[in-house]
Write a protein that binds this ligand. Structure first.
Ligand code: ZN
Length: 297
């Protein structure tokens, strides 16, 4: 490469990295009063759901701590009022990073029992490693199987799905508005992160996708945990891909192949172009499937 080309490349790279810091939220209306907020311009955490109307404002997940101000501006622009309730879809920091910030502004946090338990027991990862979760981060209302909110002329069912992405996942089903927020039980067009160390499992993940599919119709608007707004067909491809991937890897584990051999054989090669991404590469997905397939993983 000649010098001017190198300089141009260096300039491009620095512009690209400056761009990474330019986070904003893109809003997509899913139904009247229900908006999906998706971080753009860099990684801003999971997709948010914003539900507003005459009775109040509900936020589904609250993103990552550094982007609190940007998130509040987006909420103000699209809801025009402060948040009354925050629903946590699961325990990961890119989804509940602003629990404390929202709680201190008067919001009540609702989450599965296991999210509160994990936060109390394990704390959170902060700038200096693990630290105890402050009381403001902890959900004030917890549930085991589910809870239903009746607000703004709609009904939102918060439904726990067992051992899927973690052991504290919830999906939010707006039956009459025909919208579903899936949390990280659905990564649209991306290999999913299945957090085996936090109680997730591959079979649970697939069962959760099947459960959501049973609720969805051809017109249902779907908010994934990550990736663009989706329709039922996108959910079906994610489920089909996961079943095929699981079965291929399980067959190799059953033959007695070890993890590195299986990675070398690359049984997910044909999924690489469509599903692999920076966080969950084809290799990482394969290793998760191997680990999940082993008895007593
Ligand atoms: Zn997650």
């Amino acid at each position: 490469m000649k010098k001017p080309a190198l300089l141009a490349l260096a300039l491009f790279m620095s512009v690209a990295s400056a761009q990474q810091e330019k986070i904003s939220y893109k809003a997509t209306e899913m139904a009247p009063g229900i908006v999906m907020l998706e971080g753009v311009g860099g990684f801003a955490g999971g997709n948010l759901g914003l539900w507003s109307g005459e009775d109040g404002v509900v936020l589904i997940d609250d993103g990552m701590q550094p982007y609190l101000k940007i998130m509040l501006e987006a909420i103000e622009a699209h809801a025009g009022a402060p948040v009354n309730f925050v629903i946590n879809t699961h325990v990961h920091g890119d989804h509940i990073g602003n629990n404390a910030g929202m709680s201190m502004q008067g919001a009540t946090i609702i989450a599965h029992d296991n999210i509160r338990e994990r936060l109390v027991r394990d704390g959170v990862t902060g700038a200096n490693g693990k630290e105890p979760a402050s009381k403001h981060m902890l959900p004030e209302i917890t549930f085991s199987d589910g809870v239903t909110l009746h607000l703004n002329g709609h009904r939102a069912e918060v439904i726990h799905v067992m051992q899927a992405h973690t052991d504290g996942d919830a999906i939010i089903f707006f039956a009459d508005a025909d919208v579903i927020h899936c949390g990280d039980v659905f990564f649209n067009g991306l290999f999913p992160y299945i957090d085996l160390d936090s109680g997730g499992s591959v079979d649970g993940y697939i069962a959760a996708l099947d459960k959501i599919l049973a609720m969805a119709g051809s017109k249902t608007r779907i908010i994934p945990g990550h990736g663009p707004a989706a329709a039922k067909a996108d959910l079906e491809s994610a489920r089909d891909m996961m079943m095929t991937a699981r079965d291929r890897v399980r067959a190799l584990v059953a033959e007695g192949k070890n993890e590195d051999d299986i990675v070398g054989m690359n049984p997910l090669a044909d999924f690489d172009a469509d599903w692999s991404w920076g966080f969950i590469t084809t290799e990482r997905m394969t290793r998760t499937l191997v680990r999940d397939a082993r008895p007593g993983n």
